[in-house]
Design a protein around this ligand. Structure first.
Ligand code: MSP
Length: 506
């Protein structure tokens, strides 16, 4: 049966250029979406931009342009990067769009009508420079300028009312917050009494946001606005049929720093709205740059665009998916990038293609030979290739993407070793049928590997399938037809030197 798979990324603040962290989550969502599409599931993949709030307002002010103009000018930097990265998202939400404003206001009204909103005066230390309330400890630290005592009237969402229900839900649904250590972190957080959430900002202080439908002097807090995007697009206010089909989301992919907003604020908001909770919230770790945090001030921000321009999209996608163990932090270094590229893509995958196409060219006039009488030597390759799709499916569903890739690479490596041992170039001299069997076996393992790599390296895997003249994308053994004419090709992944430059043969 076709299942429904609705996957989301966080919506990114339009305050700067997208960096490798943003690219990572978006590629991960794309990989999952492609796997599920290839399996025949119905997929909806949503990404977009968070355009309201103080961060974006300040970025616009810094550039000296009105907020909306700022957003309109920066949005293409994200959408263009996604095109370059071969991202196949089904929609792209921008929170300043009317469809979203409508959904946020409807949600605010619903929460208000449910009796879950109250007005309160809050008095505390307010930093004019930071434009936010600070704690007593923060004030005492002396790090904040222009601190004054401020009393402010605001709207609060009764988050505390749903604390027990949320704990029960987490306990009853072990897969709701993943990985497990993040789930424990949230359960730990929920052991303390949960406060209520301030969901308004007086326009007099901050006006770049969505107006609260029950008080025109206020806009809503940027997180109340942003989280709603996940229901705006599948039709929360305007398309009940579509909404019923897609909601709840199968998985919200997020970074570990935005876990509380997703695993506490969002579920309590959904409880109040009377809507089911997403099936899974998955928090991945951070990309560190050679073990330090990536930051503008350190000048170590990795620009995904220049990487893609230099190495092509597939190596970037492959590296990010292969190198990060989902849930843990990972280190980005050019050394490890070059190493992965050379070992997995150039030496293992690229080399297998070169060998089979070269030998089939030489001994079989570039036509796939007959499988013939496969024997004991072929059995392990045959079995591993035939069972691989099932294994990959399990690993992807368990969010072990790096292991899924490793499994494909194991087959590719073993096939190279098999070729080495069986030496079809020697057999060809005395027993052409035997050489044909070996080359068929290796080519079929390559075809199945390419199919299973399609979600991660869509362009190059497709190229391999075209070279092999493979018509479908069935990962089962024996679909490669004898007699198929192979196409000539250039090196799939030309090797890189230690500086990352392509090594050209002279
Ligand atoms: N706008 C909010 C999200 C709202 S979702 C309803 C936001 N935006 S953000 O642009 O600041 O960050 C978006 C995502 O980028 C977060 O998931 C964050 O974890 C991720 N990353 C930022 N730096 C990162 C790395 N160095 N590595 C991996 N991901 C990182 O928060």
């Amino acid at each position: 049966m076709r299942s429904i798979f609705y996957v989301t990324t966080p919506i990114y603040y339009v305050n700067d250029n997208p960096h490798i962290g943003h690219a990572y989550t978006t590629i991960l969502a794309d990989v999952l979406a492609r796997y599920h599409r290839n399996e025949g599931d119905e997929v909806f993949f949503l990404t977009g931009l968070d355009e309201h709030g103080q961060k974006v307002q300040q970025a616009a002010q810094k550039r000296g342009v009105p907020e909306q103009q700022h957003c309109d000018e920066l949005a293409p930097r994200f959408s263009n990067l996604w095109k370059k990265l071969e991202i196949q998202n089904d929609d792209f939400i921008r929170t300043t769009e009317p469809r979203h404003v409508k959904a946020v206001q409807a949600a605010l009204q619903k929460v208000y009508d449910a009796g879950d909103v109250y007005v309160d005066e809050y008095e505390g230390w307010y930093s004019v420079a930071e434009e936010r309330f600070i704690t007593d400890t923060e004030k005492d630290s002396g790090h904040f300028r222009d601190v004054k005592r401020l009393k402010e009237r605001n709207y609060f969402f009764k988050m505390s009312k749903y604390q027990e229900r949320l704990i029960d839900h987490i306990n009853a649904h072990p897969g709701f917050i993943q990985p497990e250590h993040r789930r424990n972190e949230i359960l730990g957080f929920l052991r303390q009494p949960l406060g209520d959430l301030c969901i308004s900002r007086p326009k007099a202080r901050m006006n770049w946001g969505i107006e609260i439908p029950f008080d025109k002097d206020y806009v809503t807090y940027v997180w109340f606005d942003a989280l709603i995007n996940y229901i705006t697009v599948p039709g929360y206010v305007d398309d009940p049929k579509k909404f019923k089909k897609w909601w709840p989301a199968s998985i919200h992919l997020i970074g570990k720093d935005i876990l509380t907003t997703h695993a506490v604020y969002w579920p309590t908001m959904l409880f109040s709205l009377g809507l089911p909770l997403p099936k899974t919230i998955f928090a991945h770790g951070w990309w560190l740059i050679g073990e330090t945090k990536m930051s503008k001030s350190l000048g170590n921000v990795i620009d995904p665009l220049s990487l893609v321009d230099q190495y092509g999209v597939d190596p970037v996608r492959y590296y990010l998916m292969r190198e990060m163990v989902l849930g843990q932090d990972a280190n980005f270094t050019m050394e490890s990038f070059i190493k992965r590229y050379n070992s997995d893509l150039a030496n293992d995958f690229g080399n297998l293609l070169n060998r089979v196409s070269g030998l089939i060219g030489k001994y079989f006039n570039s036509c796939v030979p007959k499988e013939g009488k496969a024997g004991a030597a072929e059995q392990p390759i045959h079995d591993a290739a035939d069972g691989l799709a099932k294994k990959i499916e399990e690993l992807i569903n368990a969010m072990r993407v790096h292991e899924a890739l490793e499994q494909v690479l194991v087959l590719i490596r073993n096939t190279n070793v098999y070729m080495e041992h069986q030496a079809p170039w020697k057999e060809a001299k005395t027993n052409l049928d035997r050489a044909g069997t070996i080359l068929y076996t290796a080519t079929e393992a390559l075809r199945i590997s390419a199919i299973l790599l399609l979600p991660v390296i869509p362009a190059k895997a497709q190229t391999v399938l075209e070279i092999l003249g493979a018509s479908g994308t069935e990962p089962e053994w024996g679909k490669l037809k004898a007699g198929t004419k192979l196409k000539s090709h250039a090196a799939l992944f030309p090797r890189l030197d230690a500086e990352g430059k392509v090594i050209t043969k002279t």
